[in-house]
Design a protein around this ligand. Structure first.
Ligand SMILES: Cc1cc2nc3c(=O)[nH]c(=O)nc-3n(C[C@H](O)[C@H](O)[C@H](O)COP(=O)(O)O)c2cc1C
Length: 188
């Protein structure tokens, strides 16, 4: 799949086919996450691949989002600042969260490239998910991803932010790119 196609086609999907996705594809998507940017080159994000139905059911309950239990494969992204604290002190947790976002985007594009779909779920009872998956105390869950194959209803019309609202030139809020030198009648 071409780079730009993966970016534009990726979208949040909560209705996927109920077959178990090929775990090798999911592993390849996680592999893509490793190539994301990380503060000080300490990659502090971990991905847990969960296929046990009872664990998926418990995770789904802790998120209070039923569609999760329809998935046969759930990935949970976890950030662990312990290796960053020595270098970055108070900033480690923030760095870890930013890093997790970058890693997760690679993972999402990796899934898209493999023809799989998911939804980034961030609403859950943190302590419960940590208990179900034995996640260490200092680590944080950065997203729960129920994964499935595409169906006919998987895609949806996307409302993406407009470029003119996203890109400023020179200063915050400046929507026009000013030429380096103003051309006037006199300067010609
Ligand atoms: C940080 C974050 C938290 C999210 N939490 C949830 C969630 O708890 N439940 C859910 O159904 N979707 C959740 N989503 C998915 C968004 O609702 C979805 O990405 C959004 O509608 C944009 O759609 P798109 O991903 O197709 O561009 C979350 C997305 C992000 C980035």
């Amino acid at each position: 799949m071409k780079f730009r196609d993966a970016i534009e086609k990726r979208c949040d999907v909560k209705r996927f086919d109920l077959k178990k996705p090929n775990w090798r594809k999911v592993v390849r998507a996680v592999d893509a996450a490793r190539f994301s940017s990380s503060a000080g080159n300490h990659f502090a994000v971990r991905f847990i691949l969960v296929t046990d139905e009872s664990a998926i059911d418990k995770i789904s309950k802790s998120c209070q989002q039923d569609f999760i239990s329809g998935s046969k494969c759930v990935v949970v992204a976890v950030s662990d600042p312990s290796s960053l604290i020595r270098s970055y002190g108070d900033r480690a947790t923030k760095y870890c969260e930013l890093q997790a976002g970058a890693a997760i985007q690679n993972f999402l594009l990796g899934l898209e490239n493999e023809g799989l779909v998911t939804s980034w779920v961030w609403y859950y009872v943190d302590e419960e998910v940590k208990r179900i998956l034995d996640i260490p105390e200092g680590a944080s869950v950065q997203g729960i991803f129920p994964i499935g194959g595409k169906t006919k209803v998987s895609g949806k019309a996307k409302r993406n932010a407009k470029l003119e609202n996203v890109l400023f030139f020179g200063k915050y809020g400046e929507r026009k790119m000013r030429p380096k030198t103003e051309v006037t009648r006199d300067s010609v």
